[in-house]
Each structure stands twice: as C-alpha cells, then as structure tokens.
Design a protein around this ligand. Structure first.
Ligand code: GLU
Length: 552
C-alpha cells in the first residue's frame, strides 16, 4: 500500500465501494442526441423564492424544448437552514405554477433511478469519490482550526496577497500519513481538501450557454471537499451529483460563475465530462435609483407565496417570467396569441446578460390580459377559491348564492373584446362590491355634463317608468334614448356630437346617471348586464333612493 492508500484507509475506513460501482448503477442516460437533462437544486428552506421559480422555469423549458428531462435534487447539507416540510413546499409550489419534475421529489412522490435525490442520503457516494482522490494523492486532510485559518487570512491581507488556502499557505498540503495518523489519534477534527493542480498564471476558458465565452484564472485553491462531519461542500457535491445523475446542462444563478473554475477542475480530476454551464442573471429591483438583486428581506415579491396571496393566476406569473427569460417571447406571443408558452422556441443564449428588472406594472398588465380571456365559469370559480383561502368575508358573500355570483363575473366575459378590469383575483372584491347589498356603497356624484340634481331626479323617474328588467342591450338603450327629447337631450350621440351646444345632454350622460344610481360608480362594465343581474327589485330600490337623494 502506498502512503496515499494508507491515508485513504485511515480517513475513510468504512468506505468499501469504488467509483466504478456507482458508474455502473447510474449509466449514461439513453436519450436522443441533443436532449438536455436539467435540474434544480434548491435547499429545503421552506420558501419558494421567485429566483427558484424562475430557475425552474428556465430549466423546464430547456429540457422540454430539447425533448429532455428535468429533475430536482435537494441540497440539504446545511441542516441549520432546513425547514420541516421544506421540500414539499417547493415541489407543491412549483406544481401550482404548472412546473413539474420528471425525477426526484415530484408532485406524485419520489421517482427516477438516479437517486437518492437528497444530498444527505448520499454521504457514502461522496466519500467513495473522495477516498479515490486521497488514494491518488489528489486530496488530503487539513487540521487547521478556524483561528489558524483566520490568522493566515489576516497575514495575507496585511501583505496584500490573495486570500485563501493555496500554494505555500496550504499548511497541510503535504501532510504525511504518520502526521495525519498522530493528529487523528489525538482526536483532532479535520476536513478533506483538494490538492489543486491549478495555477493562477494559467487561464481556463469555457463557453457559458448564456454569457458566451468566459475566461478566468484557473483555480489554485485547495478548497474543502468534505467538511469535518463528512458532509461535502457544494462544490464537491455538485460535481459528483451532476455527473452521476447525468446532467447535461447546469443552469444556475450567476453567483456561481466565480466558482466554475473550481468545478471544472473537479470534473477534470474526477475524470468526468463537464456539463454545459449556463449562468442566469438574477431578477433585479429598482431601489433608490439603483438596481439591486431582489431580496428576501426587503421585497415581498421575493417569495412566490406573495403572488398567490395577491391572487395572481399562476399562469400569469409564468407568462411574465417568460418575458424576462427571453427578449423574443413577447414578439412570439403576439403572433401566437393562444399558444401554450411551452411551444415557444426557447434559447438559453437569448437570455438577458445582466439581471432583468422586476416590473410589477408589467406583471399586472400581463395578468389582466390573461384573466380577460378566461371563461366566466373559470373566473368565478378561481375568485371563489382564492377568497376561500385568503378572505373569508368575501368568500361568504360569493358562496351565499353561487348562481348570482356566476352571473356577476359573467358580465362582459366570453365576448370578443373583454374588459380588462381584473389583474388579480383579489381585485374582484372591490370590482364586484356594488352587486352585494352588504358591500354596496351608494354614491350619487359627480353628475355628468350639465346635469343638475333636479334633472337627475327627473331623468331617473322617467327612466323608471319605462324600465323593464327583461330588456336586452338594444331595447335597453332605445329606452334611454327615448326619454332624451323630453329633457332637451340629444336623441343619439351622433346628433349630439354634431351640435353639442344645442342640447342639455346626451344618452351617454343619461346612462351615467342611471349607472351612478345603480352602482355608485361612473365607470362599470355593461350596465344593462349589471341591471339584469341585480334584478328588478334591487334596481328599482336603488333608483328610488337616488331620486330621493337628488330631490333633497
Ligand atoms: N443549492 C444551490 C443554490 O441554491 C444550487 C445551485 C445549482 O443549481 O447548482 O444556489
């Protein structure tokens, strides 16, 4: 046995498999040429961050557009950050947005033959690969304490030397078997570090799927592979996992670019083919005149839960994220209005290089469009479901008479040019308030045009005498026009527009007076539909009350 082999046995005596064992049980995937195997690798912190949703979407469409697949791996090596049920929260949260995983922890349970898909269940695998590196003299134990490392750093800073555990600063780089054994016998804790073969003088070049050619100095740091508890660092777990899970595309946040030389070195010394990397810029916010990363601490929108609570349809959030994901999406959407976004020919290299700004106004616009083309039945059902979860009072109102509620949200829907009043389900409360006696707030002002209170009362009286709740749109408007001449109002809009000074008002203004009386608002969807929905008794009562108001 060489000293390196003895060292490997000393450090990892219980590991008796070899990398070949794992290579055989996780063979190359049998997929068509060009099919991308992608993944997301979140930590189970019980919090679906907008960035994770965006990353999941990017990975999903990359897999789908190439006929590949996407899995989820749970990176739970930092137990301090873990939250009970955190994995389910992420998986269910993504499912809510129509993003499902093919392997790993899926909405239908655990799937796939490249697992375990949780890093804490993979300790033996990582240790097997580390043992192999130790045997080859490519990794070694380091017994430095936190204080010693701190002292080295201070010394480096003082001398304006690049900080880190590299070159002559790597104290245990050449530790012998006997030295290590003595320290272990003393019970000294240690980590296992890579014995880097890189040099700062040499450059490494790789082609990023989004950012193109990237050139950086090689890694020369003896970074940690296994922590003192035998748990790997992100760097090492990433290399082993993405190799064994046969990931072809590592699409991840661009905060990892600076670590990529480390990862490429690992892939090389482990004898693995490196995946294609694509580093996604984070979603940004405008703050005090500057751009910054969207932040968990400062921005409610950082948590995906926020969009659900506000009542954005998940598909609207996805549609909006697609506009961030690709500058070509909106143009495609204009030409393919009703097509599933999954049909969009997504290209990683068209992604934004610097972070796209989160634009809440645009999200509202996108969402308005999406809601406007939904069927009346779906809108009514989704609003009710939202209210049941987030606004009990509103839900009770909607559930009292479901047929009536259905009619309320059917007004101006399923028509060629639907109105765009609702941007989110929570808007429905205010939007529909006047339909329900408990939330109707009468308001009789401002009267339109030159109409005074007396005329308003007379107009309403005249209208009430011809009002028939069965009137359809055209008869309804004929009746409004019909009462115009007796008040010196133009009989139609055309006549009015030709000579506005000749008339005291026009039919549009008359309908506004009725609208105010019936809804308390000057702007609503189709008034005839509203009146038909409210029914004769309620409409007549409201008009009578308005007359009363204008008379006094
Ligand atoms: N756990 C890492 C993160 O959340 C995963 C990065 C990756 O996709 O490799 O940033």
């Amino acid at each position: 046995m060489t000293d390196f082999e003895k060292m490997a046995e000393l450090l990892l005596p219980d590991i008796n498999k070899t990398p070949d064992y794992y290579e055989n049980i996780y063979p190359e995937r049998n997929l068509p040429e060009g099919a991308a195997v992608t993944r997301i690798a979140p930590s189970p912190t019980g919090y679906l961050h907008l960035g994770v949703l965006f990353m999941a979407l990017t990975n999903r469409i990359t897999a789908d557009s190439t006929g590949g697949l996407m899995f989820i791996r749970i990176e739970d090596t930092d137990k301090k950050r873990e939250v009970q049920g955190g994995t389910e929260d992420i998986v269910n949260g993504l499912h809510n947005f129509g993003i499902d995983l093919d392997e790993g922890f899926t909405f239908e349970g655990q799937k796939g033959s490249y697992g375990p898909y949780r890093q804490s269940d993979r300790a033996e695998i990582y240790q097997t690969y580390v043992k192999e590196l130790i045997k080859k003299g490519l990794a070694y134990p380091c017994f430095c304490t936190a204080e010693e490392l701190e002292a080295v750093r201070n010394e480096q800073e003082k001398n304006k030397i690049r900080t880190g555990y590299h070159g002559e600063w790597a104290k245990h780089r050449n530790i012998s078997y006997d030295e290590a054994k003595a320290l272990i016998d003393e019970g000294k804790p240690y980590v296992v570090r890579l014995k880097s073969g890189g040099s700062e003088e040499r450059r490494i070049v790789f082609t990023d799927g989004i950012k193109g050619k990237i050139e950086m100095p090689e890694n020369d740091e003896d970074f940690v592979l296994l922590k003192s508890d035998g748990i790997p660092t992100y760097h090492f777990a990433h290399a082993v996992d993405d190799h064994l899970m046969r990931t072809t595309h590592v699409i991840r946040g661009d905060e990892w670019i600076s670590s990529t030389p480390k990862h490429l070195e690992l892939f090389k010394i482990l004898g693995f083919k490196a995946p294609k990397y694509a580093h996604v810029a984070p979603i940004m916010k405008m703050d005090e005149g500057g751009k910054r990363k969207i932040s968990k601490r400062k921005d409610p929108e950082a948590a995906v839960r926020y969009f659900i609570e506000e009542g954005f349809p998940p598909e609207a959030v996805i549609e909006y994220l697609m506009t961030i994901a690709s500058s070509e999406f909106e143009q495609w959407r204009r030409a393919n209005k009703l097509e599933d976004y999954k049909k969009f020919p997504f290209k990683l290299k068209k992604m934004s290089l610097s972070g796209a700004l989160f634009d809440g106004q645009k999200l509202l616009d996108v969402s308005r469009n999406i809601i406007s083309v939904k069927s009346a039945a779906e809108v009514s059902e989704k609003i009710t479901a939202w209210a049941e979860q987030f606004d009990g009072e509103f839900a009770a109102r909607l559930n009292k008479d479901k047929e009536f509620t259905g009619k309320v949200f059917a007004i101006d829907r399923d028509v060629p040019k639907p109105r765009k009043d609702l941007a989110k389900w929570s808007d429905a409360k205010e939007y529909s308030a006047y339909f329900f006696s408990e939330s109707f707030v009468p308001c009789y002002e401002p009267l339109p045009g030159k109409i005074d209170n007396k005329t308003a009362a007379e107009l309403l009286e005249a209208y009430l005498s011809v009002y028939d709740p069965a009137d359809e749109q055209s008869e309804w408007f004929e009746k409004i026009k019909g009462i115009c001449p007796q008040f010196g109002f133009a009989p139609d809009m055309k006549a009015y527009k030709a000579n506005p000074d000749e008339f005291k008002g026009n039919p549009g203004e008359v309908s506004t007076v009725i609208r105010l009386a019936v809804t308390g608002r000057v702007n609503t969807p189709d008034l005839c539909g509203i009146m038909r929905t409210l029914g004769k008794e309620e409409v007549s009562n409201r008009i009578l009350k308005a007359i009363d108001y204008y008379k006094n």
